[in-house]
Design a protein around this ligand. Structure first.
Ligand SMILES: C[S@@+](CC[C@H](N)C(=O)[O-])C[C@H]1O[C@@H](n2cnc3c(N)ncnc32)[C@H](O)[C@@H]1O
Length: 394
């Protein structure tokens, strides 16, 4: 590693640690020390930054930590995208692409919040799911020592690059390649903590069995319309029980292929059948994260997408169900208090029921909701203060 760039980076490393402590993401000295000492720019020497090109198209433009002024940019509290799905990536000029990200260096405040939520103890064995750039693995090494850190990624090229960068910064953790949903590639390993930096619809069995009793995990569960970070503890009966965390953030989904996501399969949309006034607006859905989580509890299997009307250009938020039913409320234009639907009218009634429940419960934040996974995979979530419960598909 160049001593020169490291010296130049040190003030940025210190400033990032101070910023994360001031915002409350870092809550303890050992993690502050880790952020102060791990040079992010050496794990992310190149990244892709989102910008609108001169035709108004959003593109990913390449940046290098060695570019004039860019060293400081590698230490901003932002996610740095590092890889795009080759099946979707289209090069638009010599240093810009459109496409879907497949790897990134996570938002540092999100990473810090999750690491604090993980509550590691000095002798814990930790499995990080999603090695990516290796930056988070390096933070774990700085905190625990490399021999206690295991990290795996589905993309072998990312693991090899991370291995080199970790070695260059003095860390030799256990690294492995594989689809983490099937478990850690070496089944003999058992962990005290698991931290997942890609999302799953529900916690895979292999993560529960990979944890020692009383072990804990922090992961993003993607529930369709929304999802969130949960911290769960596994008991002797292999029940995983805990809650959504105050740390908010979402991750790219886990995939089976090294570099590509499967094309989404969407059912044929039902024809439009009705329109009526509604009190649940697109602005409300967009503004309130816990409300979206509630919508996901109330409408398991549904998803939320943006819809632009070809004729009017009006943008709307649309909830769509697996049976082809959909309901949409405009974000722009004059009809923001009107819902239009196709298929089953019940879809929007359920959304309104979730909105009413959330308001009548005093608009509770996400960390007032519990999450439990039974040994057979059944999942329920509940509002801790009053016990209202929703059952989610396994
Ligand atoms: C947000 S990035 C990880 C960031 C990383 N922790 C860091 O510090 O740079 C998510 C990572 O999850 C990986 N991933 C996706 N699906 C996976 C799977 N099934 N098993 C393991 N890793 C997976 C991606 O390749 C990607 O590198």
């Amino acid at each position: 590693m160049s001593a020169l760039t490291l010296d130049a980076a040190r003030p940025h490393m210190t400033a990032l640690a101070e910023e994360l402590a001031a915002s409350g993401a870092i809550r303890s000295e050992p993690w502050a020390e880790a952020f102060r000492t791990v040079p992010r720019h050496l794990f992310v020497p190149r990244w892709l930054e989102q910008e609108a090109d001169d035709r108004g198209i959003t593109v990913w433009r390449e940046r290098h930590a060695t570019d004039e002024g860019a060293l400081a940019a590698a230490y901003r509290d932002v996610t740095l995208v590092t890889a795009l799905d080759p099946a979707t990536a289209v090069q638009v000029d010599e240093a810009a692409w459109t496409g879907m990200p497949t790897s990134s260096s996570t938002l540092p405040s999100l990473m810090a919040g999750m690491l604090e939520d993980l509550a590691v103890r000095d002798r814990d064995q930790v499995w990080e799911i999603g090695t990516g750039t290796g930056y988070n693995a390096a933070l774990l090494c700085a905190r625990l020592g490399a021999d206690r850190v295991h990290s795996s990624d589905v993309d072998p090229a990312l693991v090899e690059t991370a291995r080199d960068r970790l070695a260059a910064t003095g860390h030799l953790p256990h690294l492995a390649v594989g689809d983490a949903r099937q478990g850690y590639p070496d089944p003999a390993e058992a962990f005290d903590r698991i931290i997942a930096t890609c999302s799953v619809p529900s916690i895979p069995d292999a993560w529960i069995t990979g944890l020692r009793p009383d072990g804990a995990l922090v992961a993003d569960v993607a529930l369709g319309i929304e999802g969130g970070l949960v911290r769960l503890t596994v008991d002797q009966e292999r029940r995983a029980v805990g809650h959504f965390t105050a740390t908010g953030g979402r991750f790219m989904p886990a995939r089976g292929e090294a570099r590509t996501y499967p094309a989404p399969q969407r059912p044929q949309r039902a024809l439009a059948v009705g329109e009526r006034p509604t009190t649940l607006t697109a602005a409300d859905i967009r503004a309130h994260y816990p409300l979206r989580l509630l919508l996901a509890f109330q409408l398991p299997g549904a998803e939320l997408v943006y819809h632009v009307d070809d004729a009017t250009g009006v943008m709307a938020i649309q909830i769509q169900a697996a049976d082809g039913s959909w309901a949409r409320v405009p974000l722009t234009g004059t009809a923001t208090g009107t819902v239009t639907w196709g298929g089953d009218e019940e879809l929007w009634k359920q959304a309104e029921a979730a909105w009413q429940w959330w308001n009548s419960a005093g608009r509770p934040p996400q960390d007032t909701f519990g999450y439990a996974r039974q040994p057979d995979g059944r999942v329920s979530v509940w509002h801790v203060p009053d016990g209202t419960r929703w059952y989610l598909p396994a």
